[in-house]
Design a protein around this ligand. Structure first.
Ligand code: SAM
Length: 832
């Protein structure tokens, strides 16, 4: 069950960007060509010529040999492993009602049958659970896509993966990418910020953690804010997380380094449309995931294109942004909270150097946590304490080695000691071994040639490919002990001093918990001062740096320069006093979300008449919390098509956001609960809103009307034939009850034991139920064809208690085809 319907805005982009990763490529298709060749780009346009993939890069090899990323005797194993294809890995989504069945199918069916198939004298298991992932929920498969098509058993497995992936019961994800959320120690009551979240595989894990232990009919106290600067990538994330059917997620699209603090500027809710004063006064988080944009060389096995693109400037160019994002994450972290910093790069400049700098800036307020006893089965290596910086043809061990004409391209914090030119010169003359300097990492054990950090960077973790046959990853776990000090960067000291004084003067609020050097002062003013002259983070200009895009960072870029802030872009002109909304779009007026242009507004839905009609039609009990939990994305409330449901925590944050002047740029929020029926038959129903399949599990135990209990035979028939005339139901009572219902949406519940339906008007929260349409003479299902297929299969497995023949690849392809047609043509219309 669940939310597989795509919104129109997402669909186009999604179609272009996301294949079913398990889908078989057509022979000689374009996809096949891309497996062997890679397109090159010129001025952003794809060139028609194809370059063969290369699996080597002398600069890469020289760089990592010099950095001592692995011992010299391991080098060949390391590099050969990087050149080999990455085995597949996937996760079972623990929030799916069938997760135990899927796990059992893998453990007791596929593990054995595939082992027999794939033995070939090979002792390794064909598929196996990842030993460090809890509860056998993550799996590794030795098979390549080609092999998956090799024979019948593999085809069956392939079909299984494809279907489960499409349904949302499993997610394909690189094994190492599953690690960072596991170190965050997320609990269901936590507020979690995922700063650079798209395409959302880690967000999905975080949501599962929030929802663990919570029944489908109740909501956890915590929530996740998933943010990404790139709105198109946000759309992928929204699609991925839709499968989670959660009311506890807000998707935002900000530059993470300028993520707003949402400090409530007033307790007077006049401009928030009578929004109740929220219980929180600032948006701070218990957990922050900082999975920053990086050069991505840890993904070489999956994206061999990086061999050709890689150069040392990629890491150098990202270092400054990575520090800014991490510092903003720490500022938004509650005291006592945990943040995980991670990259899919092996480069110390993007990893240890960033962690060292944030520790220095935080001056003991933040600790690098020793997690060596957590996830003991995960093989990892300690972080480096010394490294070098590469410039065109030169290696620098210390900032003092950087020639004057190259100093603009480097910053001291790229080096292990983090010392400036002046400090390194002074240090050469007097070595200060005081504990204070040790703590701040200022003093180092260097001799004249090589700096060694005294910070406990060995607590960082580097996962290298040949240890566990994976990709590479870097992870650091940070704990915030106390509020961050106001750190001043020397280069910007003077301007920032005056700016910070200005902030304090204007707001009367001392800047606490924020480092002046890395957070721009405008954003602080933005947090504190009402409305006027607000500086807005830049909208992405032609794509942001991410895995695989790292070539954009040039060797010459100055990492000390903060990424530019484009004050006008993306902002609602009505707030700038410079232009009027009419000037924004000549032909079609763009939607506005408070201050943000181009995003639909987020509004609490309070149409009493509509809400009462819905409650009355479905007999929704008063104990189901409606007040303040319904949200729409249409300011014309009389034409609302979809009504979303938000959890208590999300409701609080939305309330705060209104009071804070709508600082959050919200791309998506809430769980689609009710959808307006626009078809002719739909409008003739007493209630024009149907319950969406995403929202059904949550509201099911509170519904007392429009419910039908179907025998297993009739339930199966409905799933199989999608629409059945009253006369064709086998159960006479079902027939009668169906004809007695009001025209419109109804819920058909599987009466598993085929007993008399309960007369207490309450459906169990674990009941198997589907949304249907009670038409004039028939009942029709309102779930996708592929959901019907999946449910049929699960029910047959469960009832027979033995493995029934799984769907053939052809049947899955057919179901996927139907799904595509369904989503392309009609989204919310009953299939009558
Ligand atoms: C390594 S990927 C994140 C992967 C993601 N955490 C996951 O597990 O699916 C980095 C992401 O950072 C985003 N990004 C780049 N610059 C950013 C910025 N300044 N603020 C926020 N996101 C940014 C990119 O669009 C990209 O989606």
């Amino acid at each position: 069950m669940g939310g597989r319907n795509r919104s129109r805005t997402q669909r186009k982009h999604f179609k272009q960007n996301r294949d079913n990763v398990w889908k078989r490529p057509k022979p000689d298709s374009e996809q096949n060509q891309q497996d062997n060749y890679t397109a090159t780009e010129e001025n952003g346009n794809p060139k028609q010529s194809w370059e063969p993939l290369v699996f080597q890069n002398p600069a890469f090899e020289e760089y990592y040999k010099e950095q001592g990323i692995v011992a010299p005797e391991e080098w060949d194993t390391f590099i050969n492993c990087l050149r080999s294809a990455l085995p597949a890995a996937f996760r079972i989504n623990s929030s799916t009602p069938f997760y135990k069945d899927i796990r059992m199918q893998l453990e007791s069916d596929f593990m054995k049958s595939l082992q027999a198939e794939g033995s070939d004298g090979n002792e390794r298991e064909a598929i196996r659970p990842l030993p460090w992932y809890p509860n056998n929920l993550a799996w590794h498969s030795e098979f390549s896509r080609k092999q998956l098509r090799k024979n019948q058993t593999l085809e069956r497995f392939h079909g299984f993966l494809k279907l489960q992936n499409e349904i949302g019961n499993i997610t394909r994800q690189e094994a190492v990418s599953m690690v960072p959320p596991l170190f965050l120690d997320v609990r269901p009551d936590h507020f979690v910020l995922d700063m650079c979240a798209a395409p959302g595989s880690k967000t999905f894990q975080l949501l599962e953690m929030i929802h663990q232990l919570t029944e489908s009919s109740s909501l956890p106290a915590g929530m996740v804010v998933a943010n990404d600067v790139d709105i198109q990538r946000c759309n992928l994330l929204i699609h991925q997380t839709k499968r989670m059917c959660t009311a506890n997620l807000i998707v935002t699209t900000h530059e993470a380094q300028h993520f707003p603090g949402c400090q409530s500027r007033s307790i007077n809710a006049s401009d928030a449309g009578n929004v109740k004063k929220p219980d929180i006064s600032q948006l701070l988080f218990d957990r922050v995931l900082c999975d920053v944009p990086c050069s991505g060389d840890g993904t070489l096995r999956k994206a061999p294109d990086i061999w050709r693109k890689w150069n040392p400037g990629m890491g150098n160019g990202l270092h400054g942004l990575q520090i800014q994002i991490a510092m903003r994450g720490l500022a938004l972290l509650k005291v006592g909270g945990r943040m995980v910093y991670s990259t899919c790069s092996m480069n110390p400049i993007e990893n240890e150097a960033v962690v060292a700098e944030i520790l220095r800036r935080c001056k003991g307020a933040v600790e690098l946590v020793d997690v060596s006893t957590e996830l003991p089965m995960l093989v990892r290596r300690p972080g480096l304490k010394k490294w070098k910086v590469r410039d065109k043809g030169s290696w620098f061990s210390s900032y003092k080695d950087v020639p004057e004409n190259r100093r603009a391209a480097f910053v001291p914090c790229m080096f292990p000691s983090g010392r400036t030119f002046q400090e390194t010169s002074e240090q050469d003359h007097s070595v200060d071994t005081s504990p204070e300097n040790y703590e701040n990492g200022i003093q180092s054990e260097d001799d004249h040639d090589e700096e060694v950090s005294t910070l406990p960077l060995d607590r960082c973790m580097r996962i290298v490919p040949h240890d566990q046959n994976t990709g590479a990853f870097f992870i650091a776990v940070l704990h915030k002990h106390s509020a961050l000090p106001a750190v001043e960067s020397k280069s910007t000291k003077r301007t920032q001093q005056s700016s910070s004084m200005q902030v304090q003067k204007e707001t009367g609020v001392a800047i606490e918990d924020k480092t002046i050097a890395d957070i721009d002062v405008d954003a602080v003013i933005d947090d504190q001062v009402s409305g006027a002259d607000i500086s807005v983070p830049a909208a992405p200009s032609g794509g942001s740096l991410q895995d695989g895009d790292a070539a954009e960072a040039s060797l010459d870029s100055d990492p000390s320069v903060a990424s530019g802030k484009n004050a006008a872009e993306g902002m609602n002109p009505s707030n700038t006093n410079k232009s009027t909304p009419e000037t924004v779009g000549e032909k079609r007026k763009l939607p506005t979300q408070g201050r943000w242009v181009g995003l639909d507004p987020v509004l609490f839905y309070k149409e009493e008449t509509v809400i009462s009609r819905i409650k009355e039609f479905y007999g929704i009990k008063d104990s189901f919390p409606f007040l303040g939990h319904l949200v729409t994305r249409n300011s014309d409330t009389s034409h609302v098509k979809r009504i979303y449901y938000v959890s208590n925590a999300v409701k609080e944050v939305l309330g705060l956001n209104f009071l804070a002047g709508q600082q959050l740029k919200i791309a998506s929020v809430g769980l689609k609960m009710f959808e307006r029926q626009t078809s002719k038959e739909g409008t003739s129903s007493p209630c024009s809103f149907r319950i969406s399949s995403e929202g059904l599990p949550l509201i099911l135990p509170y519904i007392t009307k429009q419910i039908l209990y179907a025998s297993p035979v009739d339930f199966n028939h409905l799933l199989q034939y999608k629409s059945i005339k009253f006369a064709d139901f086998t159960d006479a009572e079902f027939r009668n009850k169906a004809s007695e219902l009001s025209l419109g949406c109804c819920i058909v519940v599987l009466n598993k034991e085929n007993q008399a339906p309960p007369d207490h008007h309450q459906v169990d929260s674990d009941a198997v139920a589907i949304g249907c349409w009670r038409g004039k003479n028939s009942v029709s299902v309102m779930v996708t064809a592929i959901d019907c297929q999946e449910m049929l299969e699960r029910l047959s497995i469960n009832s027979a208690k033995e493995s029934s023949p799984l769907l053939s690849v052809e049947a899955v392809d057919e179901a996927l085809e139907t799904l595509t047609n369904y989503t392309e043509t009609e989204e919310a219309t009953p299939m009558v």
